[in-house]
Design a protein. Sequence first.
Length: 759
Amino acid sequence: MRSTPVERGTFSVRNLIVSVLLFGLFAEWLRPLVPLARYTEVNTLAPFLGAIGFYLLIDTTFIRGWISWPLKLAFTFGWIGYWYQPELFASGEWWTEALRIADGDLQTLAQGDWSVSAEMRTFLFLAGWSALVYAIQRIASERGHMMWFIASTIAYLVILQLWPGLDTGDGVLRTAAMGLLLLTVLNSTRWERQLDFRFAEGRRDGLARSLAGILCGAAVLLLGYSLSAGESRDVQPVSLSIDKWDEWVRTAASESRWNGAAEAAAALTGYSVSDARLGRPVTPDHSVAFEAVVDRPTYWRGGTKDVYTGRGWRSSGLSDRAEIFQAASPGEGMETTEAAVTVLNPELGGYVFTGGTVLQFLALQNGDGAALSDIHIRYNPDDDAYYVGTDGVKLGSYQMRMTVPVQSVERLTADRAAVPSDPAERYLQLPADLPERVRKLAEEIVSDVPDNAYMQAAAIEEFLRTNYTYTLNTETPAAGVDFVDHFLFETGVGYCDHFSTAMVVLLRSIGIEARWVKGFAPGTPDPERPGTYAVRQSDAHSWVEVRFADAGWVPFEPTPSTFAEAAASGGAGALTQTAATPYAADADTPQHALAAALDAWRGIAEERLRALPQQAADAWNAAMRRPPHEWLMPLYAWLAAAAAAFALALYFALLAARAIRRLRADAAEPPLLAAAGKRVTPQRRRLDRLWRRMYRLYGGLERGETLREYAARLYAEKPEAREALIELVRYDESVRYGGQRGNRVSNRWFDEVWRNIAK
């Protein structure tokens, strides 16, 4: 379907409607960047959406390029200053500071260092978007071909639904709605020609066509909604996340056969963001991670995770934005305290470890001792974590005022209110293939316990402490074996990751909402400095939080007391999250490392091939035990993604084939030029391109029809284009047949003629 160009060069209501719909489609491309803020460093959409809106406004108006591009450049620099340096922007000193930053970045690049400032990276990002906005808006204005962009947006959102598992269902629906409205607006004049009906006459026909298109699109959307209103709105993303790759790499490291010592090699204790694979043996690292000055000992939370995969943990990433930190006041029933943290391990400079909810940052400093603003601090409500959101900024110390929950056993036992359920019951999630004996064990533990969330949680906590043994010397479960099942029924030994994960899974099995928490234990008190604690890498720890209606999230500690005793004496805490990889002793050269890696991958491939039949049988049996909708939904998602990818590939293949046919036809006999038998001048080439453009829009010449007859047929249908068509035909005849090869007109003249014809 060919669409009619939107008139360009003047500000019109139709142009404005098209730009508003394009703005909505651009927003769908940016929206997923916020849930992935730790990777994209995009924590809020306001600066980017504001910039894109300005670029679209400029491109929608009559402003020429020699004015619009310098205007965009000045706006971009000012916009960055408004968001990054509001004090300097308000005082007018930002422009001098911008030149200083640009000069520093150029010097950095000249030295071969690509770590430019955050302001420069933002400028380059917005500059790229300004060019993209201009190109797409121009395609919509002059050609009206937007199906490819709409299809690309939907494909992009579907891919993010599959990997890394973001819930983009609403975005797909919004894109489909806006795309349908955009296509109806762009194709309104074509419908008029096909139906032989004008929506309006005169100067307001553009607005009438746009409103008619919107009404048609809205009617289709309402029809679709009415047909699907009774269907379930829950769409679960396919379980294929970034952690899957990390899990594969960790599996390769732990299951490799680089030499006999590889299996026994242990990672060092410490803190990391990835928890896709738990259970490796660990070696304590007693180096100090940070020092804390606080009036009461507290666990130092780094973050929480809510999705148990059977091998480890990941975050569901349900929130739409990572929030810029805002100071707050304490709630009821909460006590406040202050803590000062000095970071001694630079790798932890991007995190904020806290004993509760941060109300205010009293002081922030980087590693060099320079003061920082809390504008650099972000809060992720999904992980309940604070971190530095600006790349290149690392904390050296921070002082904060925070709340510490004070709960009594009597209050928790009396807390029987219903807990409000989150989307998709995220804190009750369990893998579909969780062994049934795990659920039965949870029911047996609480069989004689009153139906009270606190009492049942305390019973499971005590059961784990009493019946299982703490050790760092563990074995990693084999591929396909559930981590908790392996701990509870096979080994019976482990460290904090084993105990905390098992407690969360057991609680969820009996319908109690819980989440997995990681961070650091309180640390070792300094006898010479009261209130000062040395928190070591060996104090890295994980524990459990249970959700109560009135009290909120309450911590539980299922790890046996041996952990507390070891931590108090500076011994081994345990969290198996480091970047340490167990290399063989002789793998100290590239040749040895390559040979070892090849041997490792060969061993993994052989083992997985041997296990493939049994895994397929287990998967089939597990699928047959599950309700049909649980295993059909991922299948439907994959089929929909494959169909979308095939449709997109077919669409671009057809576009390429059509372009090739046109090039061949033009090479064989360029329209209107071969008959003249004269040398092709730039003016004739420009005229020929204009006629081809008109043929694609309104159809080509009929058999035996001259240009004058063709023009007369067109202005009979479009009286407003009569003068422009007559002027074009006269100029074409004078150049093509009148010998006026040197008679040149500007490109602006061609643009003006085209606007008058196509409007």
